[in-house]
Ligand binder design. Sequence first.
Ligand SMILES: [Mg+2]
Length: 436
Amino acid sequence: MRISNLKLHSIAIADPPLRSSYGLHAPWALRTIVELETDDGVAGISETYGGEGPRAALEAVRKFVIGMDPFQLAGLYRKICEETGTAADIPGGHTQTWLVPGENPLDQDNRTFAALEMACLDIIGKAVNRPVCDVIGGRARDRVPFSAYLFYKHAGGGGDGHYEDEYEEALDPGSVVRECRQMIDSYGFREIKLKGGVLEPASEVETIRQLRAEFGRAVPLRIDPNCAWSVETSVQVGESLRDELSDGGYLEDPCPSLEGMGAVRKRLLGQGIDTPLASNVAVTQFRDVPRARELDAVQIVLSDPHYWGGLRKVQSLSHLCDVLGMGTSMHSNSHLGVSLMAMAHVAAACPNLTYACDTHYPWQTGKDEVVAGGRIRFEKGAVVIPSKAGLGVELDYDQLARGRERYEKIPYRRRDDEAEMQKRVDPNWKRVVPRW
Ligand SMILES: [Mg+2]
């Protein structure tokens, strides 16, 4: 079996005005849908970061993909790495605190490879008539739990104004509790994560407290301000929320750098507060894990098949973390059903998955879904692994064409949350890390 065609579809999907320390989500999120065809008629699909950069990176390795055997993934990875040189030498490679996910030059090889590996695993699954999670070692679980991923948001449903504002404005504690109730009623999530770094820390502490009061101790709570706080503020929030973030909760990337997080951990432990720290900013690659462990800066690593180098590397990460006594969960970006299924398959195949995975899926809409048959359904907050071969989803080509048309109409080709914040909320807004 040889790969005979690589098709890249740049699409745009409506995205509501969600806030974070990076700024504001633009009305459209960009994604790339990848299709691989083989000479014996089996095709595979994947979903990855959108816009010009990721597409160009995939185009640059087209020469290695056409003619390759989809089972020979290690050889493809080697060629991709050789093509781009040593990642450590890439300028700007150590400024990841400032970069939105998907733009760190240090992960570029891994992002490019991951998009191709995901489609090859879909092909392999179809060739042997087994789901992807069985191809990569079988399942530790048949149902993959996801968390209610809450955001402070402005009014609006994103897109061109023809999208319903399903969750309405939520810029204070009470409206986030309402947003959460609505999301849990719709999806059945049993764990909650709040994207913070938006309001004054005291208001975010109050939001977490109100969520605890509303949903009780049985629902674990997390907060992720994306490095918006100083060490001092992180410690204060850790103290204030010592009770609310216990029982399966965590504090994610409260401040910049592993050194900063190590200092926060030390000071919290000194007060008998054992709230674990999680990261998808200070730890984005395998090379970060030993230092994170050495400094005791991170106790939970957030994986992501899209930038950690594919599904099998996420399994390696899960195993490494297990060996080092660290937990894992999964990071997410705005995405559609192909990504959701890839995340679910690999999470099913990771024995060490200690927390429900993140997903932005509730923020997207069926209007833009490219998966045939419409949106993936959640059962009590979990995605159930289907018995179908491969990723278990096919493309709806009419929907894909609509996504391409939207992409052609919009002016931007990369994500820029800071520019969007300046355009729509405050012309003088700058990303400052730490802000408080
Ligand atoms: Mg995060």
